[in-house]
Design a protein around this ligand. Structure first.
Ligand code: CS2
Length: 489
């Protein structure tokens, strides 16, 4: 990127940026939320909801963001902009650029550990929220507890006062707050994300101090949430859009679609921002929303991503622009996924499907399939395997869902149909790639991957019907992903 001669975006520029602020009036709030994982998603989703809630109803809900990547460049870039950045909402009609002011501080772990724990000891912090992606939970899917074999967890259990993992950080922080705990708010794409996190945190705490674990289980709220907004990685085009709109240089803009949704289990005894004033839905039970979103949106996202990677299609809008892909995804949602959902009467699942197809077609977003294809081992269980297991148990067909899993297996070979090589980005990459490299045939590929218990539940791994469906799909994929899309559409 060529550096511009324009000034850097900082709080000095705010008086000139009226058109890009959510309100003319603003008083910096004290920090009330610490957010772990200050990536693009949080900055285009929860941060905006929180700023709008403060504008509507006030409250000391400034955010302290924490990056957990050892690299401090994100912290340094945001600090150079005093926590400011732009959200570039890209719709078919153009871009809208908004500059939220709610991010007050950014810390980088592990270097800023002392500062972070000082902050977390402050009773004004009433919520610790997280977007750390599926792998950040360090969870053993077979036991639903923390993964004691995870090297980071093993390390943190030996050095519990200088933790680096998410469970380690939360437990060390909660230990300081036994009189006035904060709520822990998971905003990752996992089913029952609050409950998942509670079990991980309690099992980690129990290995250190049983009474602390009992206290957490009884007194710390872990509300579940469903979060939704498509937020691609930042590109130079986003930096150029921000520069043109603001006449300031922003190195950290976040592109996103105009749509957003947030459904939150309302369980915050110590208080929360008035997120409902920003359009969030506060409910007693998030489960139906969570499952609908994970299976309909994330499930079809992963399906498109693996098929598109094999077929040489780069972005989601290009993928859904292919009539056969659109027909496949439409049929998959209608016939195989929607019947697994039990949603309230007010939730029109077919309208939801059509809205998703519309969102995927957004030509301005350029959401890369390679980004969605990352971390498949962490994503496919809740997106694809859970609905497959339910269909299987009900003796209902699931051929398209099986095609999606087979496409992931084929993708692990690291090569598109035209021979282009790609990298497998996954916490289990070494093991998965080794399995794929040694398995010549479709049968061998399926048989080497199905026993991986971190991914496949035992019942599914042992199902002859599931195994057959995967092998059948792989044999069709052998003639190319584009051919398979036509066959299964
Ligand atoms: C995507 C999600 O990268 C992925 O795995 O499926 O990030 C998706 O864009 C969001 O969950 C949308 O809310």
């Amino acid at each position: 990127m060529t550096r511009s001669s324009s000034p850097r975006l900082t709080r000095h520029a705010l008086p000139e940026l009226h058109a890009h602020l959510l309100s003319p009036e603003w008083r910096d709030p004290a920090i009330g939320i610490v957010h772990l994982g200050i990536g693009n998603f949080h900055r285009a989703h929860q941060a905006l909801y929180t700023e709008e809630a403060i504008v509507a109803a006030g409250g000391e809900w400034g955010i302290c963001g924490v990056t957990l990547q050892a690299d401090t460049s994100k912290r340094d870039a945001l600090a150079a902009q005093q926590g400011l950045y732009s959200v570039v909402e890209r719709g078919p009609a153009g871009a809208r650029v908004i500059v939220p002011r709610v991010l007050r501080k950014v810390l980088a772990m592990p270097g800023d550990g002392a500062r972070l724990f000082h902050r977390l000891a402050d009773a004004r912090v009433r919520i610790v929220s997280l977007t750390v992606t599926e792998k950040g939970y360090c969870r053993d899917t077979a036991t639903a507890e923390v993964d004691f074999a995870h090297p980071g967890i093993a390390r943190d259990l030996v050095h519990p006062d200088t933790p680096r993992t998410v469970p380690g950080i939360l437990v060390a922080a909660l230990r300081q707050r036994r009189n006035n705990p904060f709520a822990v708010l998971s905003c990752d794409n996992l089913s029952h994300n609050g409950e998942v996190l509670r079990r991980v945190v309690c099992s980690y705490a129990r290995a250190l101090d049983a009474s602390l674990a009992d206290w957490i289980a009884e007194h710390v709220p872990f509300p579940s949430t469903m979060v939704d907004r498509i937020v691609p990685a930042t590109t130079d085009a986003d930096r150029a859009t921000a520069l043109a709109a603001l006449r300031c240089e922003d190195t950290m803009p976040v592109p996103c679609e105009p749509f957003r949704q947030w459904v939150i289990e309302d369980c915050f005894p110590a208080g929360r921002p008035a997120w409902e004033a920003a359009g969030a839905q506060m409910v007693d039970d998030v489960t139906p929303f969570e499952l609908a979103k994970l299976r309909m949106l994330n499930g079809t996202h992963s399906t498109m991503a693996y098929l598109a990677m094999l077929g040489g299609i780069e972005t989601v809008d290009a993928a859904i622009g292919e009539p056969s892909m659109r027909a496949l995804i439409h049929a998959m949602m209608t016939e195989e996924i929607a019947p697994t959902l039990s949603v309230p009467d007010s939730f029109d699942v077919f309208a939801y499907r059509d809205a998703l197809l519309h969102r995927y077609a957004n030509p301005a977003l350029k959401h890369r399939c390679a980004q969605i294809a990352m971390d498949g081992s962490q994503k496919i269980p809740q997106r694809l395997l859970a609905p497959i297991a339910e269909r299987l148990a009900a003796q209902q067909p699931f051929a398209r869902l099986a095609l999606a899993v087979a496409a992931w297996m084929q993708f692990l070979r690291g090569q598109a149909d035209d021979g282009t090589r790609f990298e497998i980005n996954d916490p289990l990459a070494a093991r998965l790639s080794a399995c794929a490299a040694t398995a010549g045939t479709a049968d061998a590929l399926v048989d080497t991957l199905l026993p991986i218990r971190e991914i496949f539940p035992v019942a599914l791994a042992g199902s002859a019907v599931f195994r057959r469906a995967l092998i059948d799909a792989l044999s069709v994929l052998r003639h190319g992903a584009r051919h398979a899309i036509e066959v299964y559409a």
